[in-house]
Each structure stands twice: as C-alpha cells, then as structure tokens.
Design a protein around this ligand. Structure first.
Ligand code: NDP
Ligand SMILES: O=C1O[C@H](COP(=O)(O)O)[C@@H](O)[C@H](O)[C@H]1O
Length: 513
C-alpha cells in the first residue's frame, strides 16, 4: 500500500472531517471597482453574501464599492441588498445581511479623479479602525479592461498598493487580460509595476467551477480513465461553450472583442489544458500551472486556418418562442460590425500523448441551448465479431464532462438490445451532481473570492498561461481580420453552416448536446 502523503507536518488521514471544512478568510477588506456593473451585481456581491452565509467570512470584513453614481453608503446597501436577494445561491437571511452590510461602504468618483482615491484610502483606513480589517485589502478590478492601467496608477499614487508590515494588499484582475499578446504583456508590465506577481490574482471564473475542478479528480483520482486518455484510444476531443443569450447591453465591451477573445482565449483554452495535461507532481499552484503551460506551449494551429476554423454572427430571428434582434441591431452596436458571436477552431497538441488527435473548440451566443461540455470521443472498435444490420448506427464511445448546466459525467457505449438478434445500440451511463451529492455546488466566484482572500493561488492562471493562450489565438484572429466577414446564423441553431463544413472536412460531426 502506498504511504499516506504527509502535508504541512500533519497526517491528512488522521482527521478527515477537519480536512473537509473549508478555511475561513482572515480579517480583510475587499474593494470592488465597478460595483454598479453587471458582473458585480449578478456575481460578485451575491458571492460575497454566500460566503458570509456559509460562515466563511470573518466578522472583521469590509466591502467598499467604487463607481461614478452619486450614492451614499445607505444607497449602496439598498442596491446591494436587492442584487443579493435576487442572485445569491443560498437563501437570503436578514441576520447574515445585517451583520455583513455593517461593513459596506461606497466611494463615488471617476477613476481619473485623484480626490476620489484619497477618499477611498480614508475609507479603507476607517474600515481597519472600525471593523478590524487589519490592513489586509484586496482590490477587484470589475471594470472595462481599458480602465485597468488608470485604476492601478491611482492605487499606487495614494499608497493603497503598498502593505504595511505583516499585512497584505492584492489585486484581482478580471478577464480579458489584454486583447492580444502585445497588449497582455504591456498590461502585465503595468500591473507588476504596482503589485508583485504573488499579489496578482487573474480571474478565469471557469477554474472556480466545481465541474472543472472535477476534471482533475476524474483523471487523477481514478485508475480506469488515464490508460485510455491518449492518442491510442481517443479519436478527437470537442469542447463546447454554447449560450442561448445574446450580448444584451454589453455591446460596449463585446463589440470588437468577439467570441474567440471573450471565452476561447481563456475559459476554453484552460479546459483544453486541464483535459490534455500530464499529472502534476502536486496541486501546488506552480506545479499545476507548469503542467498547463506545457500543454499550451505544445498546441499548434492548423496551417490552413480558413479551412479549420469558422466564425459567425447571429442574425434576427426566433429563440425559445421569442422574437430576438440580430447582433447588428443590439443596443449600442457599431454599424456594420464584423465581430464574431460564434467561433470554432481546430487545434492540435503536439505531444506523444495527443499526436494526431484534434481538439475542436467552439463557443457562441444565441445557440440552441446553454451548455458547456468536454467530450472525449473514442476511436471505433477495430473489429466487430458480429454483423450489425445496415440500419444500425453505432456511434463512437465517449466520455462527456458536463460542465454546466446539468453538471455531471456521461459515458456513451454500445449495448445489446434485448431480443434474439444481435442488435447493438448506443446507451449512456450518467453521473449527476444532483443525485450523487447532497451538497450544492458553490458558485465559481464564491470559490475564487475565498481563495483570493486566503492567498491560495492554484485556481488563478499566471501570466505565462495568458501569454501562451494569446500566442495560439493571435494568428487566427489576424487571419479572420484579413479575410472577409463572419457568416450569419439563425438564433437557436448550432452556429453557421461553415462550422459543420469544417468538421465534415475531417470526416467528423459536431455533437448536438
Ligand atoms: N458581465 C459579465 O458577465 C462578465 C464580465 N467580465 C469582466 O468584468 C469586468 C466588468 O464587466 P461588467 O460588469 O460587465 O461591466 P459594466 O460595463 O456592466 O460595468 C462597468 C463598471 O465600471 C464602472 N466604471 C466604468 N468606467 C468608470 C470610470 N471612468 N470611473 C468610475 N467607474 C467606472 C461603472 O460604474 P458607473 O456606475 O459609474 O457607470 C460600472 O460599475 C470587465 O473586465 C469584463 O470583461 C468577465 C466575465 C463575465
Ligand atoms: O466570461 C464570460 O462568461 C460568460 C458565461 O459564463 P458562464 O459561467 O455562465 O458560462 C459569458 O456570458 C460572457 O460573455 C463572458 O465574458
């Protein structure tokens, strides 16, 4: 029997119940820049509340919102209360809210306004005095990416980025981190001029999802998957992130960015890296990141980009019984925009494990339904010892990691249909979180905000991963920019016909999840 691994001088097998308990954040303050925005209202404030409701925030916690609205603390509390009541995962409890909201403050101002940052510095100091936040403060940049440098510069100017002895200061940077390799490097220079690398937490919220972390458990805590997780058995991999929503009021951010920069550069390439990487020596941040980086640096793009990628833009139509506008008619859209709302690309991973196994990535808005999944599709059996009648279509075996919304894993294989004939049909075997566990999954932002307050970095990509991802994507986007426009597709479908043609050329079809 393998010896139990000993960590931090303690035997982890001695008291399993202790290890299951999540750690509680220490005294700390969180400043959210852009607190009136979509992300803060729908995800960040509810996540902070959910952490408080689970008892994972200390009484000595303070939250300061910063935005341009002319609000007082009580106006902010009212808006935060409503956003949390509407979007929190755990039931709303007035007692928890009462306690938590005592530490809520609001600072109104433009990012260019020096005096607003002086007020922020005073507010943070007062939280230390009144709430005992202990000089430990995190600054969450939930703002348009173009504003990152200005906010960082202002933080440095008023001394908020510099911790006193035995305290910490951290910065949380939302994606997208740059819009290409050059801008990502420039942005990193700006960030690291103000905060040292170990204080920078780059958010990719997909890494905070339980089902994404479960990919590691599936692969490395079991014996039956790894032996077949390679080019000897796998035909190809499909990674899909489909959304049924349009871009709504986010034209200001999305237009000119598009599906590839918005989600392939980060979420989908992270999923690819976790699917394809070797087992890390441990789950320490640097070990995990190093394995992901090895995969990303082995990724190659097709020589003929035009034939192995596809892009589309949704037009007006009907979805779920509702009439919806096309991308070009969305509020705030620039006339004649050629931003893609659908992107599909073929990538290869140039390693012994994955030689000849294409990874197909696709993402889009206004598609058939909301679903994110990773499908490992296997080669066909080399020989069948019985005749299948011509009408029987036996698909390829597959392991499908259902990231969302119906979280779980499906295994597809052929099975004999009861009866005298040897008829074989595809069946599926399902593991669903809802059936297997009584605990509901924390939201991704709950996990990530807690880890950041604890200073625990494994679920945050480092700069090298960001740069490698842009290196993969830049030539593809360059090619698209030089060659024509995205192809229109109808809402509620699975993207433009060119996406099907792209896979058909390889003798394959997209899954219909
Ligand atoms: N929304 C989402 O689903 C996701 C968003 N992200 C990322 O999160 C970040 C925020 O996105 P989102 O919430 O959608 O953006 P929004 O446009 O909804 O919000 C932007 C926020 O920034 C504030 N702001 C903008 N300019 C200034 C300024 N000059 N001075 C002071 N405040 C300013 C706005 O405040 P005011 O009230 O004053 O206008 C508002 O609170 C972006 O980096 C985005 O890429 C990442 C993943 C998902
Ligand atoms: O990062 C982003 O993700 C959301 C989708 O997130 P999910 O957790 O609901 O899958 C996407 O709508 C948005 O465009 C993008 O910026």
């Amino acid at each position: 029997m393998a010896p139990a691994k000993v960590t931090n001088g303690q035997n982890p097998l001695r008291d399993p119940s202790d290890r299951r308990l999540p750690k509680i954040a220490g005294p700390s303050g969180l400043v959210i820049f852009g607190v009136t925005g979509d992300l803060a209202q729908k995800k960040l404030l509810p996540a902070v509340y959910d952490l408080a409701n689970r008892g994972l925030l200390p009484p000595a916690f303070g939250l300061t919102g910063f935005a341009r609205r002319d609000w007082q603390d009580q106006d902010f509390r009212k808006i935060a209360h409503d956003a949390i009541e509407k979007h929190s995962r755990t039931p709303f409890d007035e007692g928890v809210w009462e306690q938590l909201s005592k530490g809520f403050r609001f600072v109104s101002g433009e990012f260019s306004d020096d005096s607003a940052f002086e007020r922020l510095a005073q507010t943070v100091q007062r939280l230390d005095d009144e709430r005992g936040t202990g000089g430990n403060h995190a600054f969450y940049l939930s703002v348009p990416p173009g504003q990152f440098p200005l906010v960082l510069e202002q933080l440095a100017k008023v001394g908020l980025s510099t911790p006193a002895a035995d305290t910490w200061r951290r910065v949380v940077v939302e994606k997208p981190f740059g819009h290409d390799l050059t801008s990502a490097r420039e942005l990193n220079d700006v960030v690291e001029e103000v905060f040292p690398p170990e204080s920078v937490f780059r958010i990719d919220h997909y890494l905070g999802k339980e089902t994404v972390q479960n990919l590691l458990a599936l692969r490395f805590a079991n014996q039956m998957f790894e032996p077949i997780w390679n080019a000897n058995y796998v035909d190809h991999v499909q990674i899909t992130m489909a959304e049924d929503i349009g871009i709504g009021s986010r034209a200001g951010y999305y237009d000119g960015i598009g599906a590839a920069r918005d989600v392939i550069q980060n979420h989908l390439l992270q999923l690819l890296a976790l699917t394809a990487m070797e087992e890390p020596v441990s789950f320490e941040a640097d070990e995990l990141r190093a394995e992901k980086e090895k995969v990303l640096s082995a990724v190659t793009i097709p020589r003929d980009i035009g034939r192995h990628t596809a892009r589309g833009q949704y037009e007006a139509g009907w979805q779920g019984g509702e009439e919806v506008v096309g991308y070009l008619q969305e509020q705030g859209m620039s006339a004649g925009s050629i931003t893609e709302t659908y992107a599909a690309i073929r990538l290869d991973v140039d390693t012994r494990r994955w030689a000849g196994v294409p990874f197909y990535l696709r993402a889009g808005k206004r598609l058939g339904r909301r679903v994110t999944e990773i499908a490992i599709v296997f080669k066909r059996a080399p020989h069948l010892p019985f005749d299948l009648n011509e009408t029987q279509e036996l698909g390829q075996n597959a392991i499908v990691i259902r990231v969302q919304p119906d979280e779980g894993v499906t295994i597809r294989f052929g099975s004999k249909v009861p009866g005298t004939a040897m008829e074989v049909r595809d069946v599926t075997m399902d593991f669903g979180y809802g059936h297997a566990f009584t605990e509901s999954s924390p939201e991704a932002y709950e996990r990530l905000i807690l880890d950041m307050l604890l200073g625990d970095p494994p679920l945050f990509p480092r700069q090298r991963e960001v740069e490698l991802s842009w290196q993969i994507l830049d030539p593809i986007i360059d090619h698209w920019t030089k060659h024509g426009k995205p192809e229109p597709y109808r809402p509620g479908t699975w993207g433009p016909p060119s996406a099907d043609a792209m896979l058909a050329r390889d003798g394959r079809t997209w899954r219909r999840p």
